[in-house]
Design a protein around this ligand. Sequence first.
Ligand code: PMP
Length: 290
Amino acid sequence: MARPEWANWNGTEMPLSEVRVSVTDRAYFFGDGVYEVFRVYNGQMFLERPHFTRLRDSLAQLRIVTDVERLERRVRETLAHSGVREGQVYLQISRGEAPRSHSFPNPPVTPNELIYVREYDKDPYAAYRAAGIRVLLVPDLRWKRCDIKSLNLLGNVLASQAADEAGCQEAIMMLEDGTITEGSHSTVFGVRGGALVTAPLEANILPGITRKLVLELADRCGIPVKEQPFIASSLHELDELFVTSTIAEVLPIIEIASHTWKADQPGPVTRRLQVAYREYVVSAVGTATH
Ligand code: PMP
């Protein structure tokens, strides 16, 4: 059985279940904060640098000031003390605690910084990676700055819940004009005529760390890439579909619920990228146990 999550709350380590936070934390009132999720393979954080770069960007956008280098050291120490070899690290920074009032506290308050490490008994997505998933198309109800990895995730929560209730493993969100943005917690890719298609990096999607790696791997594999908007009405032109994320890696889609698009099995381009991804993981962290 996986050990309980090991946390670091503002510099003090303890089991996650013992962390206590004031209800005046602005994350509680407003979702006023940012987060990152790192995959841990073989006791090491995968793609640590780009995750911290994105964290710095999100903090800067929300004008939350903290010492990210100190956080980097803290995350590494907490992971080492947790003893976890396979799992994930969650890092959250809220603007801090203050009486409820929309604008930033003035003078500024100290951010609250939470880290916790979750151990995996087994890779949670292994079976889905092999067999593929079913997805649900849903309207994208979110705000216009989805490039910021903020704690405000209600649109994503409702989308994910709708997918669950439809017996699907992920929700694919689309704007009113049919433009597909991203998954509730993943980036969406299509394959058309042998080329990868994915939405360009605009304010309506998160700049996925896995997205960037997959684009690099595609390049190395000689797979052409088109970063262009793709539209729900042209889904039938796609030979393959998959989603990516830090935790799911490259996850094939084999069916869209209540839609004609369907695949018998994960496609060859998706499979190639899955293999390339795993090879990259092994080269980055040594042999992964999962
Ligand atoms: N989009 C959203 C909305 C997400 O929550 C995630 C998961 N963090 C992703 C895309 C994929 O990002 P990454 O590859 O950095 O995990």
